[in-house]
Design a protein around this ligand. Sequence first.
Ligand code: GLN
Length: 538
Amino acid sequence: MVNYIIITGGVVSGLGKGITTASIGKILQLHGYNVTAMKIDPYINYDAGTLRPTEHGEVWVTEDGGEIDQDLGHYERFLDISIPKYHNITTGQVFNAVIEKERNGKYLGKTVQPIPHVTDVIKQRIKRPAKEAKYDFVLVEIGGTVGDYENVLFLEAVRQMKQEGERVVFVHVTYVPVLDALGEAKTKPTQHSVKLLREIGIQPDFIITRSEKTLDNVRREKIAMFCNVHEDDVISNEDVDNVYAVSLLFEKQDFCRKILRKLNLRKDRNNLASWEKFIKKIRRLKNPVTIGIVGKYFDIGTSQLSDSYISVIEAVKHAAWNNNMKPDIKWIDSKIFEKDERKLKELEKLDGIIVPGGFGLSGVEGKIATISYAREHNIPYLGLCLGMQLAVVEYARNVCGMKGANTAEVDKKTPYPVIDFIPEQVKVIRESRYGATMRLGAYPALLKKGSAIQELYGKNKVFERHRHRYEVNPEFVGELEEKGLIFSGKSPDGILMEFMELPGHPYFVGTQAHPEFKSRPLKPAPLFHGLIRAAVKR
Ligand code: GLN
């Protein structure tokens, strides 16, 4: 029988509930259970596809082409599983389904109401994974904070699930602040947050306290008393040096067994050794490898920085660890090179450069200048999606002599549109159909025998995830190749250029895909591995 773990949040947003959820999943998995996870996003957007990365962080792309909240990325990375798009539920999707049903006359004349009609749809969706595959545990993270208007129907739905006899464990994640003036950890916000949850009819089974330092016994007792839980069921989740170590912190507090006991589950195969070994290893690494990420989604202050490119960052880390190096990531806003070209010299300090994916005009020339510098100064370079497109633009302009070459996304009138719309996209944009209409999800590519990229993947056919509207214009492929650029991976029909490389350069590689989405802590993505390997040599 399937068991549900419902994760809610209290006090403040940004507690790292996604990491907490993924880490609970990890310990259950390491104890021998088959686990998957879902994310509920209470916003009205149908999916995350139309959201700017500085709003909610990176848009995560699933194998089946979903554009989803970045938390699904944490689940996939921690659990090393592939999660389909229907594991993300938004208010937009739920209301859309209810209204469609109403318009089709399926409610047979009834008044359609939030309870039970909306909550019924929510419950059906939460139960779908367990209907499609056999899971011991489905973790359901409810976005937002208890007390918000927008997640109340989702909380009501999970309350009903327990009432109706589903096997449900409620985990509430809260924040325990330390007031500077007093130097004392305060539990009152947690008490109030649990009070709100209980008003809705949910009594948490566990309370996870996020804090800088380990929760002491005095506060633990207080939280237990005021929140109606056992002291042992208050789990401290203090800051740790590495997100992948949170699961070990939970293990130390016997969290997994406590969950199993609540559900009367007996199977307990402890497989933690390899994960512990991995954490121990990465903690010991000392030699730094410095990778610069030249992007532009930095606009709302440093705290959002890492979120916009989270999968790229994690992929760099995985590859660095695998090469026994300590990752040192530098943030570079490409616009600084547009204001002052002399700043390009600073790239010299880097061991490797990445230009990640992106949309729109701003910062593009700075990225092209970066790529030019990397190519001419033999700095290892990896271009991801836009990063590959701009590498092609740079090569066209500076090596093939196509003055004014550009991507049509930036300059519609360029004499050399070396990057142009994928043909189907022209109609999509004319009709303003922006949601879920890019080329999305995993597509196959055939790799050129003997190319550097084929050597890195170790196979001839690969599947990577995509999210783009533009592609290398087939009209220019011949000329680019004549001048030395190699398109080392193409779609099976040979039309779309999926991978490129430049022979003679230590590492000048680009892909139209986003290999960062498939990188895992113990299985780095091949192209990131290649970048780090070249960076170490440098
Ligand atoms: N804006 C480019 C396109 O749509 C690149 C997209 C990306 O980098 N993901 O093709």
